[in-house]
Design a protein around this ligand. Structure first.
Ligand code: AGP
Length: 614
């Protein structure tokens, strides 16, 4: 859950690594550090808090040097403080290491190293790595690269590491297992290493994504060499980055989250591009075409995910079961991986993940694979671990999502699942041609309708002002709007720190209704559809207990308007597509409420964008 960056080349390394850490700060932001090689000296700068703290501190020192490694942390072992911040030094300060991941057997290794006379400065698991590498290098008089390779044979857990040593000033050694790592091949014989491509894109588009248990040695004389942990050399698979730098900037918005909410007409359009055509009457997720028969013949589709992606999966369940009549089970990946699920070769397991790096989702996939199931993926980050371990999959094409609270990735995930349901239903013949064509047209109209919804931003801001101090909140929805209620509640929780819960509207009478009084805002998705009347009576039940109703209704609705304290109108659309429109006002509500409460909207406390440890 940390961010790592490194550079070696002719340019001054510190500013490049510092800027890279700021780009990766969404991965973890409780402490940061950089080690710079300047001639024969390896200088270390570490500070708790944001990268800006580190910058302020380092500016008072000499940060010159042509090679540097940097880290922004999300603490797992040891409090966020200057000592536990990375990089970590060997006892003779000749080697420094940065690490993203968890060393599961660090305690055993630590005891052995202490017995060998090594002293530890920090409480981190990572520090065992630098002493282990140092120990092996000394004992067997090895190169730093070979010492790293041998050391990793003793390590259990997840890691992406970069090692710098003053005895090898023209070289950096990196390795990964489970945690992501990409190498950037510079245009001046220089090299970049990072957790993802965001720190690299402004310097080069030529990258190599490291696979599990691969080691990269970047050397100013010998270039880039890749080995596996068995010491077999691999030919680097160089890819060209598609994303543009400006996609990483705020584009004039105050926060990445607000920018990404407003990007949804385009991100949904990009997600639909080349995958649906109502004129010619087809829908196709090319990445999954070869697996559609398997999905149709499967006993069931099991979708594994976490957080917001899990909510998208729930919307998918409603659509695929209703449209394609295929049994779908949605699983929390973190539970699925440990509950010894009954899985076999007739099962198809689909992972949904924005980052493609979520540890629990990755492990759930690997478990399913080990039991012979077909494993598919729906990811946003190209080249991510999940996209590489799956048999097939498709990208959501939402573009980089920097705000920790997922917004455009959610609607893009729901868009892919909607296309999946339509494609399977059409192939299976569980939808009439006329209904199919009508829905294709409605789907193509979604981006324009989202644009309309975004125009209600100022109304939403006014409503938000009334509830910014609410201690709790309830979200209600029926059918495929129930997961939208869950998503709305999660957005409010994660960025405004208000306790909120989403419920199927009918479930309220079985308990949560006890919470309702004049201080409880109740956000209800009450758009036209099969369960409209039912939702209206749920609203009356809340009103009877003086609860405050904020209802998302279909344009022109007068009925709910009379009962609700506030209404937010969204364009009429097919019931299956309401989740794509109704989610937007809930994203904006949580954004404005968090802003009014002075919260850090893009980097909320205790969270990080991609949860790469379990
Ligand atoms: C959502 O806003 C959160 N950032 C979090 O719940 C997230 O959805 C979850 O960690 C899953 O991440 P993934 O989609 O990258 O796997």
């Amino acid at each position: 859950m940390c961010g790592i960056v490194a550079y070696i080349g002719k340019k001054q390394a510190f500013p490049i690594v510092l800027k890279g850490l700021k780009r990766l700060e969404y991965r973890g932001y409780d402490s940061a550090g950089i080690a710079v090689l300047n001639g024969g000296a390896l200088n270390m700068f570490k500070r708790s808090g944001k990268v800006a703290n580190l910058e302020a501190y380092a500016m008072e020192h000499n940060t010159e040097g042509h090679a540097a490694i940097g880290h922004t942390r999300w603490a797992t072992h040891g409090l966020p403080n200057d000592i536990n911040a990375h990089p970590h030094f060997s006892n003779d300060e000749s080697i420094a290491v940065i690490h993203n991941g968890i060393i599961e057997n660090y305690d055993t290794l630590k005891k052995e190293l202490i017995a060998h006379g090594y002293t530890f400065q920090s409480e981190t698991d990572t520090e065992v790595l630098v002493h282990l590498i140092d120990d092996i290098r000394r004992n067997d008089n090895l190169t730093i690269a070979e010492a790293v390779r041998r050391a990793l044979h003793h390590v259990e857990g997840a890691y992406a590491i970069v090692v710098i040593s003053k005895d090898n000033p023209n070289q950096l050694v990196a390795a990964r297992k489970s945690s992501p790592l990409v190498v950037g091949i510079g245009n001046e014989g220089d090299f970049f290493l990072a957790s993802d491509a965001t720190p690299i894109i402004e310097y080069t588009k030529r990258v190599v994504y490291l696979n599990d248990e691969e080691i990269a040695v970047v050397d100013l004389n010998e270039g880039l060499r890749i080995f596996n942990i068995g010491n077999q050399e691999k030919t680097p698979f160089i890819q060209k980055l598609e994303m543009e730098l400006e996609a990483l900037e705020k584009g004039g918005y105050e926060h990445f989250m607000l920018k990404e909410i407003h990007e949804q007409p385009r991100s949904i359009q990009d997600c639909l591009r080349g995958r649906v055509n109502s004129n010619e009457g087809w829908v196709a997720l090319r990445g999954l075409l070869d697996y559609e028969t398997k999905m149709i013949q499967a006993k069931r589709l099991i979708i594994v995910a976490c957080g917001t992606s899990w909510h998208a999966a729930l919307v998918g369940e409603y659509l695929i079961e209703d449209l394609a009549r295929i049994n779908v089970e949605v699983e929390y990946a973190s539970e699925f991986r440990y509950r010894n699920p009954i899985i076999d070769e007739n099962d198809v397991v689909i992972a949904i993940s924005q980052s493609g790096e979520t540890a629990d989702t990755l492990a759930a996939l690997e478990l399913a694979k080990s039991k012979g199931a077909t494993i598919l993926g729906v990811c946003n980050v190209v080249g991510s671990s999940i996209s590489r371990v799956t048999d097939a999959g498709c990208y959501t094409h939402a573009g980089p999502e920097i705000g920790v609270a997922s917004t455009k990735a959610f609607t893009a995930q729901v868009t892919v699942l909607t296309l999946m349901a339509l494609s399977l239903a059409h192939k299976k013949g569980t939808i009439s041609e006329s209904a199919f064509h009508a829905l294709l047209t409605e789907v193509e109209d979604v981006p324009a309708k989202v644009k309309e919804v975004l125009k209600t931003n100022s109304i939403i801001e006014k409503i938000a002002a009334e509830y910014a101090e609410a201690p709790n909140a309830l979200y209600l929805g029926r059918g495929s709007s129930f997961p939208v209620a869950l998503e709305g509640a999660l957005k409010l929780k994660e960025i405004s720190y208000i306790h909120a819960e989403g419920y199927p509207a009918a479930e309220m009478k079985h308990g949560p209704i006890a919470l309702i009084d004049e201080n409880m805002p109740v956000f209800v998705i009450a758009t036209k559809g099969n369960s409209y009347e039912k939702v209206v009576s749920n609203i009356q039940e809340v009103k009877a207990r003086k609860g405050k109703i904020i209802a998302i209704v279909t344009e022109g609705d007068v009925n709910v308007k009379e009962m609700a304290d506030h209404v937010i109108e969204i364009p009429e659309t097919h019931e299956y597509l309401v989740p794509l429109l109704a989610t937007i006002p809930l994203q904006l509500l949580s954004y404005h409420i968090a802003l009014m409460r002075g919260c850090n909207v893009d980097q909320p406390r205790n969270l990080a964008k991609s949860v790469t440890v379990e």
